[in-house]
Design a protein around this ligand. Structure first.
Ligand code: FAD
Ligand code: N01
Length: 532
């Protein structure tokens, strides 16, 4: 155990993709850094979400770190979209290669972080001890606090109760079991085809259907891999030029300006090849409701073609704008509903009444052995509001964000000096390929701390004006798109008592440009060494 009652330059909370790189970067600057992780393993998302079928839906060649040329040249992914265990293996490889593990305090949860005005230090209280630090970095993830729905009788269920986001490490045996799964988001859409093969019956409880595009995953195409590796550094730059940070996805044509027959044949090609890139395949799908409807209808028709029973197909067809809820990418999801042992229960028609010790009651009573909650996350803010983060005058971040989270650039929050968030609210984060977005934030924070040390500054804080204007811009951009008109976790709609505010910044290139401008202007919008 390191760091008992010690003082640090920086404490990083979380050892996922963000925390690991942040640690590597700051330690190389000669700073004393402690990483605190509540799990007994690193990897964050890829450590917690071990459900069958978990995999990324950004091509692995770009859902990976770019900070070390040898690392990116030497690592070989086995598939186009890597499965969760392979990503976890990769993150462990990175930690071993850069000797990160021994300086991470595992199985320790941060429960309070408090800013001390007198000495401008943070006190970090954990489940085990307390630390003092000058800077505090929350690398706690956008999708790391599971949403456990309040369903009557859930606590009385006596079978096996699972949540996709806290999946057990030992293999779960579904053979011959009657299983229910609640939720039809990305996690469920990946889980269902995998477990349907083994179960006796699978009851899918759907409140809202989702659009999903086939991944067409397969072994890594070695020619593509070689081509990317020949120009990896250049390829990575393309991440920051694409709206959603996906280098291999760039469609500039507009549906509104194209011939419908051509559009349909291009959509067909995108359906077969592009996965998530289907959404960005035409530039106007995210912003023009008519263009969006063409793409949405294309997917609805695919669902109807794929699912044999017309009633089931109809229930599986979403009505909202495609992309309004996070688009899913699947391997055989809609096809699974053609199996005799898979049953779709439409919760719009008949909501869940109650969970009993061995059954779920909705339109009828379904006897089950296993209940899977695939009910998502308290996204984007949950990991920051579920503990006490106390800033100036002991203001709690949870209270400051009661009416909706506000941040400057998704990096800093007023009243919380020397505290940084990686992929915080107001940054592209979940509406981007998160790897390059995480690396962008890590590099920025490290540069900012380096600049402060060089320029003899000791305290940084964003201003209210900067934060207000930034969040105004976030919303102005979002209002130009289809994203705000659908209930989704992007705007807090999945958590009952959460403020309904749209939080991601849409558009990686614009964000990148603004970040660079602000930085070049001596961190405009931040103030340094404000008197206490
Ligand atoms: P996380 O991986 O969430 O790590 C946060 C860490 O902080 C965790 O280990 C957690 O235990 C720890 N922690 C939190 N609170 C505390 C505390 N109080 N004390 C101590 N430790 C704490 N993004 C993409 O771009 N492409 C994808 O294909 C993709 N697929 C995904 C699939 C799934 C199933 C999920 C859930 C998310 C996916 N994402 C994807 C988003 C994914 O979360 C990010 O890509 C990335 O892994 C986030 O890394 P992170 O380190 O920022 O956060
Ligand atoms: O969670 P979700 P997720 N009763 O919030 C339903 C990333 N990810 O874990 O839509 C009944 O999307 C809820 O219904 P509704 C990705 O960013 C990526 O699946 O609120 N149902 C919904 O259907 C993703 O978006 C991958 O009406 C209830 C579902 O549960 C994010 O993580 C894979 C309910 C939750 O869906 C979250 O995905 C996995 C209730 N009380 C995750 N409460 C990749 O493929 C909730 N629901 C890369």
């Amino acid at each position: 155990m390191i760091g008992k009652d010690s003082k640090y330059d920086v404490v990083i909370v979380g050892a996922g993709v963000s925390g690991l790189f942040m640690f590597h970067k700051l330690r190389n600057m000669g700073l004393s850094v402690l990483v605190i992780e509540k799990s007994d393993e690193l990897g964050g998302t890829w450590n917690w979400n071990r459900y069958p079928g978990a995999r990324c839906d950004i091509p692995s060649l770009e859902y990976s770190y770019q900070f070390d040329e040898d690392l990116q040249q030497e690592w070989n992914w086995s598939e186009k979209y890597s499965a969760g265990p392979e990503i976890l293996e990769y993150l462990n490889h990175v930690a071993d290669r850069f000797d990160l593990k021994k300086d991470i305090n595992f199985e320790e949860e941060v429960v309070e972080a408090k800013f001390n005005e007198a000495n401008s230090q943070w006190s970090i209280k954990t489940s085990k001890q307390e630390y003092q630090t000058k800077f505090c970095i929350f690398a706690t993830g956008c999708l790391s606090v599971p949403n456990k729905p309040e369903i009557e009788g859930l606590e009385s269920f006596e079978g096996e109760l699972l949540h996709t986001a806290t999946w057990p490490r030992d293999e779960v045996d579904f053979t011959g079991k009657n299983v229910a799964i609640i939720g039809t988001g990305s996690s469920s859409i990946q889980t269902i085809p995998e477990i349907a093969k083994d179960v006796n019956n699978l009851y899918v409880f759907q409140r809202t259907p989702n659009y999903s595009i086939p991944s067409n995953n397969g072994p890594m195409d070695t020619e593509t891999e070689a081509k990317v590796k020949e120009r990896y550094a250049e390829f990575r730059k393309e991440n920051y030029l694409n709206g959603f940070g996906i280098a291999s996805d760039s469609g500039e044509a507009l549906i509104s300006e194209s011939d419908l027959e051509e559009v349909n044949s291009q959509l067909e090609e995108n359906w077969k090849k592009s996965g998530l890139g289907f959404f960005g395949g035409y530039g106007d799908i995210p912003v023009d409701v008519d263009a969006n409807e063409v793409a949405a209808n294309f997917v609805r028709n695919k669902i109807k073609e794929t699912v044999n029973d017309p009633e089931t197909a109809k229930k599986l067809c979403p009505e909202y704008h495609i992309g309004g809820k996070r688009l899913c990418v699947d391997t055989g999801y809609f096809e699974t509903f053609n199996r005799d042992n898979v049953h779709l229960i439409d919760l719009h028609a008949t909501p869940i009444e109650k969970v009993h010790s061995n059954a779920i009651e909705a339109d009828e009573t379904y006897e089950i052995d296993t209940l899977i909650l695939a009910t998502g996350f308290d996204a984007m803010t949950g990991a920051l509001t579920s503990l006490d983060i106390l800033g100036r005058n002991e203001i709690n971040l949870r209270d400051q964000w009661k009416e909706g989270a506000k941040s400057y650039l998704g990096l800093g929050v007023r009243n919380f000096p020397n505290l940084f968030t990686i992929t915080g609210p107001g940054s592209p984060s979940v509406l981007s390929n998160m790897m390059p977005s995480i690396e962008q934030h890590v590099n920025w924070i490290a540069d900012c701390i380096g600049w402060m040390l060089e320029n003899d500054k000791s305290v940084i804080e964003s201003t209210k004006i900067a934060e207000d204007e930034w969040m105004k811009l976030v919303n102005e951009i979002a209002d130009m798109t289809i994203f705000t008109s659908t209930k989704s976790w992007y705007n807090g709609s999945n958590i009952e008592d959460k403020a309904k505010a749209f939080l991601p910044f849409i558009g990686v290139p614009v964000y990148t440009e603004k970040l660079e401008e602000i930085t070049a202007d001596d961190y405009q919008g931040f103030i340094f060494d404000k008197s206490n």
